[in-house]
Ligand binder design. Structure first.
Ligand code: UDX
Length: 444
């Protein structure tokens, strides 16, 4: 497994847990030294234990050495980063191609080389070309096998996937890939075999579709506010149609994270380059960018139109719960916009505060708990729906605050609850009073 970042580490540990012998390789000497000491560089529930168990069982090891483990391997996974290239939004493939060159020099015997990193259509062809050019004697089959795991639920997603996608051009790779995934296959997770290019596109099309689905419900939420409807009832009403499906229909402050923003942009660029623009996704990207600032305007409006000198408490900084990942987190743009409008910010996040500090303005202060954050605040803004924020003592919060304004960007509370505790309450897409039924639906 080349690359011990998010995907590489989770995949490596899970493959080892299936009983395979896995070596995780990374150039970063410090990271490998830490992993050897049992320190996991990312926050992912359950990963420490999984790594520890498999290291102890002798199935999982870490190294900076490349040639030996790659030479021994039957299957080599490329799981290095493909960040957005500065300036043009294309995926930066320099790490993938550099690894391909190293693999070419290190393989011995027939080896399946699998791209797990999210890469644009045609990257597999280029990886194969690079390997053959670097070492004409290398006997490899290059396969695409995108990963669909979500941060915070990565192990469960890896072990119980809806499907496994394998794109190949050389039939000799089929059997080893089935073997690698046999435990899941036996658990009835279907393996979809396709061409390599189709497989590469599946990953981008899946992420773009989900980003579009979220953006759709976000726009419906805005309309709900104008016409006096409730977006949670609308979500439930449309989501029960199997053709639509209930997941990814939660309105909020816009999607963030390491995948959707980067992959939608990369798909837009690929499509434009091929003269076949995907306008729905171009629009999705633009709407989602605007939405974060629109959320700041919502807060300002809830504060009576002016936040100059006011203290605003932000609950939740990470792009979603159960991760410390701050990449493209809506909180960043919202806080920036509120500061631009003259507000003072105090923030609390159960896990993400250390990761957030370098990204936020130095005037932001941090609180040890939601109640500390509320002390003296003029408004409380719930940005990330951590479980810890789902059953807050609203009475206690209100008595700590200067003015009782609650802006709930994840629709965790009901207007009724908030009103009972004396809050002025603003949420997303709920233009009517909430009912018990609707809240139940939202919890699913
Ligand atoms: C995503 C994909 O789900 C995963 O398959 C892929 O491999 C990587 O990208 P991830 O970025 O970890 O995973 O998080 P996800 O749970 O999908 O959430 C992404 C963003 O969408 C978050 O900002 C989340 O808050 C937002 N979201 C999600 C909504 O606003 N509403 C929803 O209904 C669902």
């Amino acid at each position: 497994m080349i690359g011990s970042g998010y995907v590489g580490l989770v995949s490596g540990a899970c493959f080892a847990d299936f009983g395979h012998s896995v070596v995780c390789i990374d150039k970063d000497v410090k990271k490998i030294a830490a992993l050897e000491q049992g320190q996991i560089p990312i926050y992912e529930p359950g990963l420490d234990e999984l790594v520890a168990e498999n290291v102890k069982a002798g199935r999982l090891s870490f190294t900076t050495e490349f040639a030996g483990p790659v030479g021994d391997a039957d299957v080599v996974f490329i799981a290095v980063g493909t960040p957005s290239r500065r300036g043009d939004g294309h995926a930066d493939l320099s790490y993938v191609y550099a690894v391909a060159r190293e693999i070419a020099a290190a393989v011995t015997g027939f080896t399946v080389v699998v791209t797990k990193s999210t890469v644009p259509v045609g990257t597999g062809d280029e990886v194969e070309r690079i390997i053959r050019e670097t070492n004409p004697a290398a006997d490899v089959a290059v396969v695409s096998n995108p990963e669909f795991l979500r941060e915070g639920a990565a192990i469960a997603d890896f072990k119980k996937p809806d499907r496994i996608v394998v794109g190949l051009e050389d039939e000799r790779a089929r059997e080893p890939m089935v073997e690698v995934y046999r435990p899941l296959y036996l658990n009835y997770s279907p393996i979809v075999f396709t061409s390599r290019r189709s497989s590469e596109l599946i990953k981008y099309a899946a992420n773009a579709f989900l980003a579009m689905k979220i953006t759709f419900i976000n726009e419906v939420a805005d309309l709900c506010e104008q016409v006096g409807a409730d977006v949670q009832a609308v979500s439930r009403g449309i989501g029960l149609d199997n053709r639509i499906g209930s997941k990814f229909l939660h309105a909020g402050p816009g999607y963030g994270g390491s995948c959707f923003p980067k992959d939608t942009l990369a798909l837009v660029k690929t499509a434009q380059d091929h003269g076949s623009p995907i306008r729905l996704i171009e629009t999705t990207v633009a709407i989602n960018d605007q939405r974060k600032r629109a959320m700041a305007r919502k807060v300002i409006q809830a504060c009576g139109g002016d936040v100059r000198g006011k203290l605003i408490a932000v609950l939740g900084l990470t792009f979603k719960p159960r991760t410390d990942d701050m990449r493209e987190a809506p909180s960043l743009a919202i806080i920036q916009a509120l500061q631009d409008a003259g507000a003072r910010i105090v923030a609390h996040d159960p896990v993400g505060m250390e990761a957030a500090k370098p990204l936020l303005d130095e005037r932001v202060t941090y609180a040890a708990s939601p109640y500390d954050a509320a002390a003296g605040a003029n408004a409380l803004v719930l940005v990330t729906e951590w479980d810890q924020f789902r059953a807050l003592d609203l009475g206690r919060l209100k008595s700590a605050m200067e003015t009782p304004v609650l802006v709930d960007l994840r629709n965790v509370y009901s207007r009724e609850d908030a009103a009972r505790h004396g809050f002025s309450y603003t949420s997303v897409g709920r233009g009517v009073d909430d009912t018990g039924d609707v809240l139940e639906a939202a919890a699913e």
